[in-house]
Ligand binder design. Sequence first.
Ligand SMILES: [Zn+2]
Length: 679
Amino acid sequence: MRLFIAEKPSLGRAIADGLPGPHRKGNGCIETGGGTVTWCFGHILEAAEPGDYDPKWKPWPGTPADLPIVPKIWKLSPVPKAKDQLKIIKDLLGAATEIVHAGDPDREGQLLVDEVLEYLGNKKPVLRIWLSALDEKSVRQALSDLKPNDRFAPMKNAARARSQADWLVGMNLSRAYTISARSGGNPVAVLSVGRVQTPTLSLIVSRDLEIETFVPKDFFAVVARIESGPSGAFDALWTPPDTHPALDSEKRCLDRAEASRIAVRIKGQEGRLDVRKTDKSEPPPLPWSLSALTVEASKKYGLSAKEVLDAAQGLYEKKLTTYPRTDCEYLPENQKADVREILAALSKRKDYAGLAEGADPALVSRAWNTEKVTAHHAIVPTLEAASSQGLSDKEEKVFDLVCRRYLAQFYPPCRYTETVVTLVLAGEPFRATGKTPVATGWKIVTQTMDDDDREEQEPTLPPLSSGEIGRCREGTVKAKKTAPPKPYTDGTLIAAMKNVGKTLTDPGEKKILLETDGLGTEATRAAVIEGLLFRGTIEKSRKALVSTPKGRALIDACEPEVKSPAMTALWERKLEAISAGADPSGYQREIEGHVRRLIDSALKKSVRIPIDGKRCPKCGSGVLRRVNGKYGPFLGCSGYPDCRHMEKLPGTRPAQTAEAKGKSGKAPARKSPPGKRRG
Ligand SMILES: [Zn+2]
């Protein structure tokens, strides 16, 4: 019997649909004419806790003498809720002759099912199915193209090296910094430090500080209202040469008196127009990678990174769109074969009927480029995109973005004429620009939704020709203020994490981060943001993500090495090498040495974290925090059992979030926020 082990039940059902009948639902599996399909529930094994390796590591945060925590042999333990399913897989494995690994098509998915096979001691031959989309045609195609699973071992090794390195950093540095914070005067501090989360927090803290210390500057523009014969009137802007003494380094005029003098001087002056017209064309934008999709959905609909990922994952599991955790914006050329069918599927939906019919499947956009396709291709609709019923509001929105971007590929470029008019008034150069649409092209696909884009369009100029004389009716000075940078939103933070290489100064590190994924991966970024929110180091203020006093104090305390993305850059390069087949054994030794050094420096630091709560009035050194007692919640002293002071909880509604953040004794470092699988 051939046994398929899928990463999730939805994936298992999609595979079963692609296998011949008869189908019979079994206990935790589906029997088919082509083999039995079973599944995991995402992670059904998890890394053991430090206390499982040695009882001295059980107390949290423990003492400096207990660090570092380094397992000699790594252990996994079954996730309690998934024990039954693990038993089902074990029994099926016993009866199988051949296994097909059906993890998600990425590093993490490779490790997830491989770990289960190793844990259960499988010795039977294993094949791998690689599923980029779950519609029936894609599944059948993948089923006819199974590969030996050994070929994917380097991906598994890289995923394992990453997760063990993250465990070592998270477990050790969270404890080390917490110990320092507690001896630094906050007896209830719970700090979480990690390879990706801490540099991400640092990005947010730096941005917030930049905004707070920003001093706005006034600057001045000179606008000339020009009349030109019968053609009409238009506004032209003063454009002095960059070397003009009134300009600052960003070419803004800071000298109001000079601007006013020019505005007065040009009134009534005449100049000969120089008119240059250029035909321009804008090709359709590329289909979505997950980060590009997140940036757009955050901007347009205010969706968080996690909401976008969850919606994209939901659409993938409903077989409507392709695999979501992709950093690629291109499509393999062999997928052109499906274009007509996908367009036909879209034309069955009311919203796209006209657009799908207007699309020209013979047009080939720059998105079709097999050489630029990495492990995954861009997110696009599948052949089953017509049957999109029962979508949530967020899924509808994300689906709409995906479909429209795909449709845009089958429309010609948007064409327009750019006009630049220059003239000299009283010896000073002036300039006006205008855009005249020639052909809407692909923009018709997004036009109905892009109201804000239309407002941004430049004003149209009256018909003008070179040699005409323009007369300045009036010169005015417009006062403006330089604006501070904006706080991060989910969308802009995702973009900043991806492009974090730009912020580095070391050319080598910069290069690595620009070549790789930046901070985190397409698969993990949403979870990293959720984790920071969950731990109370950042909070959401409308759409903005801003740092809390706790988050700032933590970044203030961290060694530069811990909060700079440079460490991630170096590790990522090694993981890439492992992924390409390099031996992973040296990697962990290196990380261990690194973690030891970072623990030493964390323990030597004086870490001051503001106390979030009331000091104990009895002992004066403890802090009152929420405790869930037998008869309901109350406030108890953190010095318990030495100090037994307790108080009634103020107010009637207990603070849920304070509980989640502040409950002592538990290490929050490794625990992902609820519902998250990767991080
Ligand atoms: Zn006390």
